[in-house]
Ligand binder design. Sequence first.
Ligand code: AMP
Ligand code: MG
Length: 341
Amino acid sequence: METKQLTQGEIELAAQILREGGLVGIPTETVYGLGANGLNPEAVRHIFQAKGRPQDNPLILHIPTVDWLERYCREIPDAAYELARRFWPGPMTMVLKRRDVVPDVVTAGLDTVGMRCPEHALCRALLAAADVPVAAPSGNTSGRPSPTTAQHMLEDMDGKIDAILDGGPCSVGVESTIIDLTCTPPRLLRPGGITLEQLRDALGQVAVDPAVTRLLGAGEKPKAPGMKYRHYAPKAPVTVVTGPAERSAAYIARHAGAEDGIICFDEFTALFRSEERPRTVMDLGPAGDKEEQARRIFDALRAFDHTHVPAIWAQCPDAEGIGLAIANRLNKAAGFHIIQA
Ligand code: AMP
Ligand code: MG
């Protein structure tokens, strides 16, 4: 199949493809998604095929406005409306009890469903035009880093999906925060653009699922099924180095091989790439600018797949604010191979 590349003016065409059961690459503020009509089980099955996604990993249902929540969810707690009031439209997904209209294939058979109302203007226009809830995971081939540009998504999906709507580079750069509101206290399942601090400010106590910060043991099951898979991973093995930026940079400088790839804060680029060492170095942004680091993290991980580096070393910000999401994605890319400098 030929993948059509659509621009702003072609929203109606993208909406029509969705309504008719096709697959469309969708820009959002977090990452590009691979969308289908969420009420059409056959269309949703094609998402799993195009990505090579395991059947037990549910999708998120995207809606244009908060008042669609009642159509697909039941026993909605007040906390959901409070979070929606503060953070929707935006990079936050709420896990709620689902209604029977939501096909099993969307929720991977769970009795809950992940719901999100995205902020990206083009995405909102598309959801409104399609007039159906859009089921979508990230638009990468399963296991690869999530796409943050239309070009990334084409790398993985060209010829496998009907169309991709180009909405420019994603402004957040990491996937949505997922919070489970079916348990007490509510539980953070995946850190993202809405921070743990913001969630606690809104709700008081919020638990953090162990899968966010460490590798789970053989018998342990994360509440977001997607968190158990090796994820976001470039082809070369990754080592994450934490601690103050000067310390982690010095540690990597001492240990990295001459051919190794480096992900570092802008301040240290020159330390790793010199005339005698023409290494592949991806800048993550200034050490103090985590928003920029979040925007660049997946592009950095993806870039190494076009090289032959034997190993990758990455500096990592502290876990405050969106740092928790950046650290989570880096740690998962590294299979939680983390060194404290
Ligand atoms: P992606 O946006 O590509 O990461 O895919 C959606 C993510 O949402 C996956 O990590 C899923 O495991 C998670 N998710 C979707 N629905 C649910 C649900 N009902 N309960 C827990 N996690 C969910
Ligand atoms: Mg994904």
